[in-house]
Write a protein that binds this ligand. Structure first.
Ligand SMILES: CC(=O)SCCNC(=O)CCNC(=O)[C@H](O)C(C)(C)COP(=O)(O)OP(=O)(O)OC[C@H]1O[C@@H](n2cnc3c(N)ncnc32)[C@H](O)[C@@H]1OP(=O)(O)O
Ligand SMILES: O=CC(=O)O
Ligand SMILES: [Mg+2]
Length: 549
């Protein structure tokens, strides 16, 4: 087993305009001079376009804040109406009925690869807090997993025996798909010509540099999930990056495959366009429903008629979510691509049989809806859910996928994708959002990007729903009108927020199940700052990342 990566106090290194500001044991094996030169090349070539795309997001949002609504693009009508298909799907990605997702620490990587799922989405995004140590440990774990040498020995703790984690033989392992960070995130530990490098280029580039050739030489390849895109130009940027990497690393053209998460509201209006921009390498689209809900709130934050009810009422049967998932299936199948389902956030709870049965029933209903609607596969958050999801897809999907389900019955308009939702905001819903934000932020600040809270998986996407809702609900009086009210008539105002926060430090600070309990005060301060801001912060991970060394 490799040395554990732990932070060290060492001065930054410099290599021809490249500064590496972080220092952990074992990083030199990953950040070799050749790897750094390769990363710097990507940054120099593509960062200007990344910055232009990020600026375009700000302009787009300003139009929505001024009252415009998202719509299908007129200038890309020929792409939507044209007759084209994506490149053939490689054998290793033909059957993706169950995909497990999770962070990239060595134990999780081994458990996920051994879980029996068809694919494992190794996540540097929603479920990873990108501390320098987490990132490099994740890269190290994935590199050793690709090589087949990854091992992890958990020591005995508090009377619990130690455990040796070993990979199953390769043919029995899930196919690896890596999700780099989105375009919005920087990697502050690597500076190129004085600028922070793109987090996504760092994650994807470093993984490709060390593993792409090995993967191409097997019957599995360098496969990626691309998160949080808003439009086809952002997809085209990834395509250019992947083209360039293939040239630099002498890989066959199109060897690097991509699946794109449709998890922003603007992207739902450009599904065809995104498939088209990546058509020589795209394998499918995925319903990243949690970020999608967050994005719906964020995009339409100024539209009082489209405020969502409390989080628990925003299920996939809400018309705007149903329209999005059905449009995704229809679009993908029309183009020969997989239409992947999303994540049910409930996780098993073996300590409480009643709660466990309820959680499994929710997951089962969700997977049944997806398989019946025509999805070609789905996500699970936990190994204990793999067999449940597999059974549902096996019963309804005899072949490796169901592209023949064309869903020509689906006619989705812009208004369907934007449809206002019915529902309420209760005190429990408001207080629940506050608790999730505080607990998730505390965990994240402590270096943990995914935690169980009240039987649910919470990550950067689910927590963002809570955070964006609180901001939106609290800021409606800013438009000069009445505040929103809870279903019992209580005004939704900062006094209510104070009441929800007041007991949390003592309640959470002393609870052994709270991950990052020592950060609760910092999390409360950050939530208060985020909710009081005049403008909804783009992502909570941006200010939270600034707190990392
Ligand atoms: C919105 C989105 O972006 S979804 C995608 C991003 N989110 C995710 O991927 C969520 C991934 N899931 C997780 O991280 C975890 O399941 C959590 C944090 C929610 C719960 O984890 P735990 O509290 O460890 O769960 P639990 O104790 O039940 O785990 C039992 C075993 O399963 C393992 N396990 C749990 N989830 C996973 C997973 N996703 N991948 C691999 N192994 C897992 C645990 O490591 C543990 O292993 P062990 O018995 O060898 O110690
Ligand atoms: O990344 C997935 C999501 O639901 O968000
Ligand atoms: Mg997401």
């Amino acid at each position: 087993m490799s040395a554990v990566l732990k932070p060290q106090a060492e001065p930054p290194e410099t290599l021809a305009g490249i500064e590496v500001l972080g220092r952990v044991d074992g990083q030199d094996a990953l950040l070799t001079p050749a790897a750094l030169a390769f990363l710097a090349g990507l940054q120099r070539r593509f960062d200007a376009e990344r910055q232009a795309r990020l600026a375009a997001r700000v302009e787009r949002q300003a139009r929505f804040d001024a009252g415009a609504l998202p719509d299908f693009r007129e200038d890309t009508r020929s792409i939507r109406e044209g007759d084209w298909r994506v490149a053939p799907i490689p054998a290793a990605l033909l059957d993706r009925r169950v995909e497990i997702t999770g962070p990239v620490d060595p134990k999780m990587v081994i458990n996920a690869l051994n879980s029996g799922a068809n694919c494992y989405m190794a996540d540097f995004e929603d479920s990873t807090a990108p501390t320098w140590a987490n990132l490099l440990e994740g890269q190290r774990a994935l590199r050793e997993a690709v090589a087949g040498t990854l091992e992890f020995d958990a020591p005995a703790v508090d009377g619990k025996p130690g455990k040796a984690y070993r990979l199953k033989p390769e043919a029995e392992r899930a196919v690896l798909i890596v999700r780099p960070r989105g375009w919005h995130l920087d990697e502050k530990h690597v500076r190129v010509d004085g600028q922070r490098m793109s987090g996504g280029l760092f994650d994807l580039g470093l993984f490709a540099f060390h593993n792409a050739a090995t993967l191409v030489s097997k019957d599995r390849g360098p496969y990626f999930y691309l998160p949080k895109l808003q439009c086809m130009e952002e997809a085209a940027l990834w395509n250019a990056v992947l083209d360039e990497i293939e040239v630099q690393l002498n890989l066959p053209q199109g060897a690097m495959k991509a699946t794109v998460l449709i998890e922003t509201l603007p992207a739902a209006f450009e599904m065809d366009e995104i498939l088209h921009a990546l058509r020589s390498r795209i394998v499918g689209l995925n319903c990243g429903r949690w970020d999608y809900i967050f994005s719906y709130i964020k995009t339409l934050r100024a539209h009082r008629d489209r405020v969502l009810p409390e989080r628990g009422q925003v299920t996939m049967t809400q018309p705007f979510l149903r329209a999005y998932s059905e449009l995704l299936i229809k679009t993908c199948h029309h183009r020969g691509a997989h239409a992947m389902g999303g994540m049910a956030a409930q996780i098993p709870n073996p300590r409480d049989p009643v709660a466990n049965a309820a959680a499994l029933a929710r997951v089962e209903a969700d997977k049944l809806r997806e398989a019946t609607a025509g999805h070609d596969g789905t996500w699970v958050a936990h190994p204990g859910l793999v067999e449940l999801a597999r059974g549902i897809f096996d019963a309804r999907m005899p072949g490796p996928h169901q592209h023949d389900v064309n869903r020509d019955d689906v006619k989705v308009t812009a208004e369907d994708l934007l449809k206002p939702s019915l529902g309420t905001i209760t005190q429990a819903g408001f207080y629940g959002n506050v608790e999730v934000c505080v607990r998730y932020l505390a965990a994240w600040l402590d270096g943990n990007g995914c935690v169980p809270i009240h039987g649910m998986m919470e990550d950067a996407a689910t927590a963002e729903i809570s955070r964006a809702q609180l901001w939106q609900w609290l800021h409606f009086p800013d438009d000069g009108r009445e505040p929103l009210h809870l279903d019992d008539g209580t005004p939704v105002d900062f006094a209510l927020l104070e009441r929800a926060l007041i007991g949390l430090p003592s309640k959470l600070g002393n609870d052994p199940n709270v991950v990052g309990a020592s950060r609760v005060d910092a999390a409360i301060a950050m939530l208060a700052e985020l909710t009081h801001r005049d403008t909804l912060a783009e992502f909570l991970t941006l200010p939270a990342y600034d707190t990392f060394d």
